[in-house]
Ligand binder design. Structure first.
Ligand code: GSH
Length: 212
C-alpha cells in the first residue's frame, strides 16, 4: 500500500485540519503543495481529482477524496496504527452525533463568521479592507464564541469528555481569533479549553505558524 498523499498548501485552514488529524492518528503522509501561489489546483489533472479546484484533496492508494471534514472522518474511521483509547471519531451513535453536530456547526456558522475577518486582516492589503464587513464578521464571531463558551462551560472538550475531530477546526478558528489585531471579549471556558488543545502535537507541528 502506498503512502497517503495530501495535496494542499500548509497555511490553508482546511489542509491543516487533515494534517492535524494524521498526526493524532499517527498516519504517515506526503504533502504536495497546491493552491494560491503554488498553483496546481487549477490544472486538468488536479481538477479530474477534485472538480472544485480547492484544497485539500487526498489520494489513499488510488482512492480520491476531497472536502476536509469528510477526509477527517474517513481517516479516523480508516484507523490508526496506534491504539486509541479516546477515539477521535467515536463509533457509539450519540457520541458520533455530537462530533458531527459541531463539525457541521463549524462549516455552516463558525467558519463563515470568521472567514471575512481572517481574509480582511491577514490576506488583504490595508487599502483593500472593508472596515464595516470586518466589524460585522467580528460581531458574528462573538456570537459563535458565546455559543462555544457556553458549551465548554459544561463539557471539557467540544463534543464531550475527550478530544475529538470536533475540536480541530474550532481550535484553528480560535488560533486565528487570538492572533489578529482585534478587540476580543474574554471567554473564560474557551481560554481553558484552548490552553489544552493548542498544546497538542498536531497543532504545534502543523497549525501554529504565524498567520499568512
Ligand atoms: N469545503 C472545502 C473548502 C476548501 C477550500 O475552500 N479550500 C481553500 C483553502 S482553505 C482553497 O482551496 N482555496 C484556493 C486556493 O488555495 O488556491 C473543504 O473543507 O475542503
Amino acid at each position: 500500500m502506498s503512502e497517503l498523499i495530501i495535496w494542499g498548501r500548509a497555511n490553508s485552514i482546511n489542509v491543516q485540519k487533515v494534517l492535524w488529524t494524521c498526526e493524532d492518528l499517527s498516519i504517515p503522509f506526503t504533502r504536495i503543495n497546491a493552491g494560491m501561489e503554488h498553483g496546481v489546483n487549477k490544472t486538468a489533472e488536479y481538477l479530474s481529482a477534485n472538480p472544485n479546484g480547492l484544497v485539500p484533496t487526498i489520494n489513499d492508494d488510488g482512492y480520491l477524496l476531497w472536502e476536509s471534514q469528510a477526509v477527517m472522518r474517513y481517516l479516523a474511521r480508516r484507523g490508526s496504527p496506534k491504539i486509541q483509547s479516546e477515539p477521535l471519531y467515536p463509533s457509539e451513535l450519540k457520541s458520533a452525533g455530537l462530533v458531527d453536530q459541531w463539525l457541521e456547526w463549524n462549516s455552516t456558522f463558525a467558519w463563515p463568521a470568521m472567514r471575512p475577518l481572517f481574509w480582511g486582516w491577514v490576506r488583504l492589503k490595508p487599502e483593500e479592507r472593508d472596515l464595516n464587513s470586518l466589524e460585522q464578521s467580528r460581531q458574528l464571531m462573538i456570537k459563535a464564541f458565546t455559543i462555544l463558551d457556553e458549551r465548554l462551560s459544561t463539557s471539557p472538550f467540544v463534543a464531550g469528555g475527550h478530544f475529538t475531530l470536533a475540536d480541530i477546526p474550532l481550535t484553528l478558528i480560535a488560533f486565528r481569533w487570538f492572533n489578529m489585531p482585534i478587540e476580543r471579549p474574554t471567554f473564560e471556558h474557551i481560554n481553558r479549553w484552548y490552553s489544552l488543545v493548542s498544546a497538542r502535537a498536531g497543532f504545534i507541528k502543523h497549525c501554529s505558524s504565524p498567520l499568512n
